[in-house]
Design a protein around this ligand. Structure first.
Ligand code: COA
Ligand code: ZN
Length: 220
């Protein structure tokens, strides 16, 4: 583990989050090592935040074109890797989370909110919107420093795509998105900044430490 990773690990207060972080950091190192045919412990991975210099920014490998993103929530830890452009991945567990529905007002655009309100079961609808938006915000490297309502995404019954950008967020490259529909009890999305179409390939997945993890690689 690098010094930055050790600092990040210590910043997580709950044991479950420390375990998720460790699985995610390991998954990134093993995924990159597989793709680069390198040794996982030797890969220089930086987490320096562009805004303040603390080690809590979007992680990146400083010596190759491979970009990646990690998400850990519920029972899963996932990482996505891409050579095509910046990537963001986000997953959320379904299940009883009524507190989230109240939260929708702050994160959705008026059209998205109406669609969640009309849904027979609002929670999967809300979480689908949420993971689509967060995948894009993680792809852009801003995360929740940007307002999730600053982009409007397609409704859950349609393939994921960005429908509208607020002027403060509009990126220079198109964003291609894919639904992650293979994680039982979870919804998820991956977003890649590229003008080409992409294919996702699972490079490995396993169940260890009571947590399932998967690594995806995007080619096109
Ligand atoms: C990125 C973010 C949206 C993830 O939130 P989350 O849903 O709780 O967690 P997820 O499991 O989906 O993703 C966490 C991972 O995102 C990655 N990440 C952190 N910051 C990121 C960013 N700015 N962009 C993209 N990915 C980021 C990290 O790999 C992190 O996991 P790790 O540190 O354990 O490796 C949220 O942490 C965030 O918005 N961070 C940035 C906030 C910010 O900019 N603050 C200003 C600091 S000065
Ligand atoms: Zn910061």
């Amino acid at each position: 583990m690098s010094d930055e990773e050790a600092l990040r690990l210590r910043a997580y207060r709950r044991e479950v989050d420390r375990r998720r972080f460790l699985v995610g950091a390991t998954l990134v190192r093993f995924g990159l090592a597989t793709l680069l045919d390198a040794r996982p412990e030797e890969l220089p991975i930086s987490r320096t935040c562009d805004s303040c210099g603390a080690p809590h920014g979007k992680p990146r490998h400083t010596e190759s074109r491979w970009q990646f993103s990690v998400s850990h929530a519920g029972d899963y830890v996932v990482a996505a890797f891409s050579q095509r452009g910046s990537v963001g991945i986000d997953i959320e567990p379904l299940g009883e989370r009524p507190e989230l529905v109240a939260f929708a007002g702050e994160t959705l655009t008026p059209r998205e909110r109406r669609s969640v309100e009309r849904a027979c079961d609002p929670l999967p609808s809300l979480l689908t919107y949420w993971t689509r938006k967060e995948a894009v915000l993680k792809c852009l490297g801003v995360g929740l420093a940007a307002e999730p309502s600053a982009l409007e995404v397609s409704p859950p019954d349609q393939a994921p795509r960005v429908l509208k950008w607020h002027d403060t967020l509009r990126p220079g490259t198109p964003i291609v998105m894919r639904e992650l529909d293979f994680l039982p009890g979870h919804v998820g999305c991956v977003a890649i900044a590229t003008s080409r179409s992409i294919q996702l390939e699972v490079i490995y997945g396993s169940r260890q430490l009571g947590t399932s993890f998967s690594a995806l690689s995007a080619t096109g």
